[in-house]
Design a protein around this ligand. Structure first.
Ligand code: NAP
Length: 650
C-alpha cells in the first residue's frame, strides 16, 4: 500500500518554541489565523466566538479588528498551536463543505452564497488537489494519439507558461515561441523603476504553486520575473521554449487540418512550425503605444517607452519628462523623483486612486512562518485577497438607469459615494494646496478607468519641489524638450513615454489567417470578439488566452482567469483527441450570441460610460471590447466545461 500524498497546503511540521510562535503570531492576519485554528482543532467555535472581523476591504488583512481583540486572539491561539506542535502537527479531520462555507462567510464578513462555494472550494484546494491538473485516461486518449497532436503556444508570459504546464501533464508535444529573451511577459518587459504588481501577490500567482515565499504583499518586477523563471524550470517548460523568437503569422490549412506558424528569430531568419492546434498567449497589454507627437523624432536626448526602459541611461541629476501617468507612471514618478534634478509629468487625464497601506509592505517573517506551517493558513489568506474583487464590484460598476448622470461625475448613488471616499483620500494626502488638488481631481466617475492604488507615494512625489505636474496638452516635442499648447517650453534631458499599450489591437501585429483566407485582424477591425474570449468561427483549433473581452478592470487576478481559460482549452483538446476529430470551432450562432451578450452587459458598465474619455479600454467609437463584464464566478462557470452544442467538429 502506498501512503497518501501529503497535502501541500497542510503546512510543514515545525518544532519552534513557544517564544518563536508568539513572535510569529504578532505578524499574522487574525481572521486567517482563526480559520487555521479550525483546521488544527476541528472546532468551529474559533470563527463563531468573539473574534469576529468587522469588515473586509481589499488588502486589509485584519478585518478591522481592534488591537485589543487581536491581542486576545493571539493569546488564545498560542497554547493551541503549541499543543499542535507537541502532537506532531497533525490537523483535525477536514472540515465539511458547510463549515468551509461558514469560514468563507466569516472572512468575507458577509454570507458567501451557495453558488460561489464550488469555485472557492476548487480554488482553495483544501483537499490538496490541483483541480486544473490534466488526468486524461489512457484508454480514452492513447499516448500515440497525443504524440501526433503537436501544439504551438505563442508567448511565454503567465498564460503561456500555464499552457505549457497543462500540455506537459496531458502528454501533448508543444513548442512555446516567445519574442522576448526570457519568460514572464509583462514582468519580463516592464522593468521600469518601481514596477510592481497591484493585485496581491498571494492571489496573483498560480493556485497550484506555494505562495509562502513572497517578499512583499505586492511584489516588485524582479521577484515576479524570477517566479516565472523558476516555474519555467521546475516544470520542465524551458526545453520546449524558443526565446527571442517572434511569431509573424499563422495560417490554417483546411485539407491537412494544421496550422503553419511562421517564427522569426532574432537574426531575422524564419522557419515554419506545423501544429494541430495553436494557443495564443500573447497578452493584451504587450505592444507599447507611443503616440505620434509632432516632432517626436527631433528630440536629441534619450527617449524610450516605459515598457522598454533603457537602464543604460542614468537619470540621476537629469531633467526628465514623463509623458503619460497611468498605472506605470504612478509607479515610475515616485521612484525616480528623489534622484532626478527635475521631473515634469505630463498627464492628460487625472486618475482615480484608492488607499492601500500594504502596497509597499514587506511580508513580515511571522506571516511567512504562518503561511509555511499553519494548516491552510496560506489558502485562507488567498481567499482574503480574492474575495473583495470576486464579483460584487462588477455589479457596482453598472450604470443605474434611474440615476441622473448628466454631470458625468457618477453613474449611481453607490458610485457617487465611492467618489466621495476616493476624493477624501486624495484631499487628505494633498493637504492645503488647492491648485494641486484641482489638478489631481478626476472629472469622470470613480472606477471609470483602471483605478490605481496608492499608499501616498504618488501624491507625495507631486508635492516635491523638483516635480511638476502639467495638465496642459502637448503641442510638440523639440530637440530640447516638450512644448505645451500654451506655448510653454519645458526643457528636458530624457523623455519617458509612460503612454500605455495598444490594448484594442489583440494579437497584433501577427497575421492569423483562418479558413478561406479570413484574416483575424481584418475580421475584427476595431471590434475584437471571441466566444468566451477564447475562440472564433473559421479559426479551427485556434484558442486565445487573455483574448478579447477578458481583461479585468474591477478586481480579480488575470492568472486566475488564465487558469479558467486553459482548463477550457484543455477540455477542447480532450474532446478533439477522445473523439478523434480533426478540428473544432465555435458555431457562428454561439459566437454571435456570446458577443451580443458581452456587448449588452459591458455597454451598461462604467467603463463604457460616455463621460469616460481617453480610456485604453475603449475603441475609436467609445465601445469596450477589451474588458470582461462578468463577475468572476460567472466566467468560471462559463468556462468550466465545454458545451459541445456550441461547436462544430470535423
Ligand atoms: P495607461 O494606463 O494607458 O496610461 C497611459 C498614460 O499615457 C495615460 O496617462 C494617458 O492619458 C497617457 N497618454 C496616452 N496617449 C496619450 C496621448 N496621445 N497624449 C497624451 N497622453 C497620452 O498605461 P500604463 O500606465 O502603462 O498602464 C496600462 C495598464 O497596464 C493598466 O491599466 C494596468 O492594467 C496595467 N498596469 C498594471 C500595473 C500594476 O499592476 N501595478 C502597472 C502598470 C500597468 P489618458 O489617461 O488621458 O489616456
Amino acid at each position: 500500500m502506498t501512503s497518501p500524498t501529503p497535502n501541500p497546503h497542510a503546512g510543514a511540521p515545525f518544532t519552534d518554541d513557544d517564544a518563536a510562535i508568539r513572535a510569529a503570531l504578532e505578524d499574522v492576519s487574525i481572521p486567517t489565523l482563526m480559520c487555521a485554528l479550525v483546521h488544527i482543532t476541528g472546532d468551529p467555535s474559533w470563527i463563531r466566538g468573539e473574534f469576529q472581523p468587522a469588515g473586509l476591504f481589499l488588502n486589509e488583512y485584519q478585518g478591522f479588528m481592534d488591537e485589543e481583540l487581536q491581542s486576545r486572539a493571539r493569546e488564545a491561539a498560542l497554547p493551541v498551536i503549541a499543543a499542535y506542535r507537541d502532537a506532531g502537527c497533525v490537523p483535525a479531520a477536514a472540515p465539511s463543505t458547510e463549515l468551509c462555507q461558514e469560514m468563507m462567510s466569516y472572512l468575507a464578513c458577509e454570507p458567501v452564497a451557495d453558488e460561489y462555494v464550488p469555485l472557492f472550494l476548487e480554488e482553495l484546494g483544501l483537499d490538496g488537489r490541483d483541480a486544473g491538473a490534466i488526468e486524461w485516461n489512457e484508454a480514452d486518449i492513447p499516448a500515440a494519439r497525443r504524440e501526433n497532436f503537436p501544439v504551438v503556444v505563442i508567448g511565454c508570459g503567465q498564460s503561456g507558461l500555464l499552457a505549457g504546464i497543462r500540455l506537459t501533464e496531458a502528454g501533448i508535444p508543444f513548442t512555446i515561441l516567445e519574442k522576448a529573451a526570457g519568460p514572464g511577459g509583462t514582468w519580463f518587459d516592464n522593468r521600469y523603476p518601481g514596477a510592481r504588481v497591484d493585485v496581491g501577490s498571494h492571489f496573483y500567482c498560480y493556485s497550484f504553486e506555494p505562495s509562502d515565499h513572497w517578499t512583499e504583499y505586492f511584489s516588485q518586477q524582479p521577484e515576479l520575473q524570477a517566479y516565472f523563471e523558476r516555474v519555467l524550470h521546475d516544470y520542465g517548460i524551458a526545453e520546449h521554449t524558443r526565446f527571442n523568437t517572434e511569431v509573424v503569422s499563422a495560417t490554417y490549412d483546411e485539407a491537412a487540418a494544421t496550422w503553419s506558424v511562421v517564427a522569426r528569430a532574432a537574426d531575422g531568419t524564419e522557419d515554419t512550425l506545423v501544429a494541430r492546434a495553436v494557443i495564443s498567449a500573447v497578452g493584451a497589454l504587450n505592444y507599447p503605444n507611443t503616440p505620434a507627437f509632432a516632432g517626436i523624432d527631433d528630440f536629441a536626448g534619450p527617449a524610450f517607452h516605459s515598457a522598454r526602459w533603457d537602464h543604460s541611461i542614468d537619470y540621476t541629476g537629469k531633467r526628465v519628462a514623463m509623458i503619460g501617468a497611468g498605472a506605470s507612471g504612478f509607479q515610475i514618478a515616485p521612484t525616480i523623483a528623489p534622484d532626478v534634478e527635475h521631473l515634469t509629468i505630463f498627464q492628460r487625464t487625472a486618475q482615480w486612486m484608492f488607499p492601500n497601506p500594504n502596497y509597499h509592505r514587506t511580508v513580515p517573517e511571522g506571516d511567512k512562518w504562518a503561511m509555511r506551517h499553519l494548516p491552510f493558513y496560506n489558502r485562507w489568506f488567498r481567499f482574503l485577497t480574492f474575495w473583495p474583487g470576486a464579483g460584487i464590484d462588477v455589479e457596482r460598476s453598472r450604470v443605474d438607469p434611474d440615476y441622473d448622470d448628466s454631470d458625468g461625475l457618477a453613474i449611481s448613488e453607490h458610485n457617487l459615494s465611492t467618489r466621495g471616499f476616493f476624493l477624501g483620500f486624495i484631499a487628505e494626502q494633498v493637504g492645503d494646496d488647492p491648485e494641486l488638488l484641482a489638478k489631481v481631481t478626476p472629472d469622470y466617475p470613480a472606477t471609470g478607468k483602471r483605478t490605481l492604488q496608492d499608499n501616498g507615494s504618488w501624491l507625495n512625489a507631486l508635492k516635491r519641489d523638483n516635480v511638476d505636474l502639467v495638465r496642459t496638452g502637448i503641442e510638440r516635442i523639440t530637440e530640447t524638450g516638450v512644448v505645451t499648447v500654451d506655448g510653454t517650453e519645458h526643457p528636458v534631458d530624457i523623455i519617458c513615454f509612460a503612454t500605455g499599450f495598444r490594448h484594442n489591437d489583440f494579437l497584433w501585429p501577427m497575421t492569423i489567417t483562418g479558413r478561406d483566407g479570413i484574416v483575424l485582424n481584418e475580421m475584427w477591425g476595431d471590434q475584437p470578439k471571441a466566444h468566451l474570449g477564447i475562440d472564433m468561427p473559421n479559426f479551427p483549433n485556434f484558442f486565445c488566452m487573455y483574448g478579447p473581452g477578458t481583461n479585468l478592470a474591477s478586481g480579480g487576478s488575470l492568472i486566475f482567469h488564465s487558469e479558467c481559460q486553459i482548463r477550457y482549452i484543455m477540455g477542447c483538446l480532450e474532446l478533439l483527441l477522445a473523439g478523434e476529430h480533426r478540428a473544432m470551432e465555435p458555431t457562428t450562432d454561439a459566437f454571435e450570441a456570446y458577443a451580443a451578450h458581452h456587448q449588452s452587459e459591458i455597454s451598461q458598465m462604467v467603463w463604457a460610460h460616455w463621460s469616460v474619455t481617453n480610456s485604453h479600454y475603449k475603441n475609436a467609437d467609445g465601445a469596450v471590447y477589451t474588458l470582461s463584464p462578468w463577475p468572476i464566478p460567472t466566467y468560471w462557470r462559463m468556462t468550466h466545461q465545454v458545451d459541445t452544442d456550441n461547436y462544430t467538429f470535423s
